[in-house]
Design a protein around this ligand. Sequence first.
Ligand code: AMP
Length: 218
Amino acid sequence: MNIVLIGQPASGKGTQAEKLVEKYGLAYVEMGGILRKISKEDSDLGRQIKSIIEEGKLVPDQMTIEILIKHLENLNRLDGIIFDGFPRMITQAEAFEKYLAEKEKKIDLAIYLDLPREEVFKRLVNRRLCEKCGKTFNLLTKPSQAGDLCDSCGGKLVVRSDETPEKVNVRLDLFEQQTRPVIEYFAQKGILEKVDGNRSIEDIFAEIALRISRRNLV
Ligand code: AMP
């Protein structure tokens, strides 16, 4: 099965994805992480993506899709994947579904983690990222056991360049304008499950697992 996880930034997609990977043996494809990795490269593409991400804007569709397809080719699989942060626009959803259909694959389920904007804002400005290994923490909900260092690798914890309050507002506005319609798009296809994301990690995961089993996807 292929699952897409939709939700505002810091709505818990990465955390739930990690648990889905573990329970169902899925591969994890995180679009933001793939793009951030390219943004560190010393190339025209890297520099272009870096400046887009830093402004809190979205990478152009065509570029995003090409990067994703290349990533999937390297992964050598088109099924059993959990997508985090893709698709973020209807045009991406349509183009990707077309690509999958040509390979006789599809998106089986879209899970929307629903959270109030104020909660997301609070989480985002408290989020910290290990500059060495990329592990994420939250000063409020998931602090590092090693203070201001990463408790996995000892790296320094930093604020993401797109997580200042101004940039966060740009990203949340973009979610409303561009990504909110994707939720409706999947709902109309009958593959959307909306889950209340303002609960404990375990409760949310139990709910997601229940919805997956009700749909006979495993
Ligand atoms: P994220 O870590 O998911 O918040 O993504 C970080 C940044 O990567 C976003 O603010 C965008 O600039 C870019 N990005 C991630 N996913 C997409 C996508 N599906 N389409 C366009 N840009 C994206």
